[in-house]
Design a protein around this ligand. Structure first.
Ligand SMILES: Cc1cc2nc3c(=O)[nH]c(=O)nc-3n(C[C@H](O)[C@H](O)[C@H](O)COP(=O)(O)O)c2cc1C
Length: 342
């Protein structure tokens, strides 16, 4: 068994022009577009009081036009550190958006330089910035000049395998003023294919002075410990592994801090969680909340007999009330005396 080095239970200090921040937890919940909304973050927070969580990525130009403000402003009501992740290719729009996020109570501003989506990258945002290092530097400088809280960057190893220079690229980001980097161990060309290259993250870690967070294929406390041992990174960020498992960040935090790892919720508790999330989404978003809840219910309702049939029915339930009734029926069946979970 790999155990966490004691250095991982110490807080991580982040500089800021005027408002330095302390990360008390070495596992971060990744920004997940369409997933990491306020309600999802609330569930993650239940298991991970101190972890840094992120908004979904927010387009700075949309904010300028008054769209998507809720994604930033709603964090004011949340407990614990929440970073706002911004993307755009316009330094002035990014600076303005960062100011709004800081005013709303953001713990830090993260700039997305890894999103592979074509329409974003083509315009020079997300991973498109890997091919525009001068613009990337100007974006960091503009945002850092606009806010007092730390400015961080989340990026990938490079654009494609043949021309990737992760060490050179990350050093440029550091020189431009980024105060922490999160590095997903894949290139833009890879998307989500293949294995994340933790050795490449290790090489970057050795070359940087600022803290580095390793990202990619960390799906359990064991993965987190192995990734940190191999990369020497200052922490890990988890993404897909938390979809349907909002307790994972808390489990990894416990493992890294040398505390007993809390058990994953039982099937019955998972169904109750799915029902809670559905109701919260419908309260917040009306009937559209059902569409958002479908994917979460599909991820959460797994691993018990009857789960495939339940998921099938949930995907087709035409109203929130019918979806809720399906969950309640499944809950009653699982809770029935004499019924054992697999
Ligand atoms: C559905 C989905 C949405 C994502 N949205 C974002 C995002 O808004 N910003 C971002 O930087 N990365 C985003 N990512 C990438 C993840 O944050 C993460 O870097 C990637 O999934 C690798 O980590 P993992 O193996 O732990 O999932 C997204 C990934 C997925 C699957």
């Amino acid at each position: 068994m790999i155990t966490a080095p004691p250095s991982l239970s110490t807080p991580l200090q982040l500089g800021g022009r005027g408002t330095p921040r302390t990360l008390r937890c070495r596992v971060l919940q990744s920004p997940l577009a369409g997933v990491s909304d306020r309600i999802f973050r609330g569930l993650v927070r239940r298991w991970a009081a101190d972890a840094l969580l992120f908004t979904e990525m927010v387009n700075a130009t949309s904010l300028e036009l008054g769209h998507g403000l809720i994604k930033v402003e709603e964090l004011a009501s949340e407990a614990g550190p929440i970073g706002v992740q911004l993307f755009d290719h316009r330094p002035a729009a990014m600076a303005d958006a960062a100011r709004r996020a800081e005013a709303a109570g953001a713990f830090l501003i993260d700039i997305n330089m890894g999103c592979p989506v074509k329409k974003i990258a083509r315009k020079g945002g997300g991973s498109g910035l890997i091919r525009e290092p001068d613009l990337a530097a100007r974006l960091i400088e503009a945002v850092a000049a606009a806010v007092a809280i730390p400015v961080t960057v989340k990026t990938r190893l490079g654009w494609c395998g043949s021309d990737a220079d992760p060490v050179g690229w990350c050093r440029q980001l550091e020189s431009a003023g980024a105060q922490l980097l999160t590095l997903h161990g894949r290139t833009r060309e890879q998307g989500f294919k293949g294995q994340a290259d933790w050795s490449a993250i290790a090489a970057v870690k050795r070359a940087l002075r600022i803290p580095l967070i390793a990202n990619g294929d960390v799906n359990s406390p064991e993965d987190a410990l192995a990734c940190l041992a191999l990369t020497g990174a200052d922490g890990v960020m988890v993404g897909r592994g938390t979809m349907g498992a909002p307790w994972l960040v808390g489990q990894i935090d416990a493992a890294l801090s040398g505390r007993p790892v809390p058990a994953s919720p039982s099937a019955l508790e998972r169904i109750q969680l799915a029902a809670e999330q559905l109701q919260a989404l419908v309260t917040a978003r009306g009937d559209h909340g059902l569409l958002i809840a479908r994917k979460h219910m599909g991820w959460t309702c797994t691993g018990f007999s009857g789960a495939p049939q339940l998921r099938h029915a949930l995907m087709r339930a035409p109203t929130p009330a019918e979806a809720l009734a399906l969950l309640q029926r499944a809950e009653a069946q699982l809770a029935a005396p004499g019924r054992c979970e697999p």
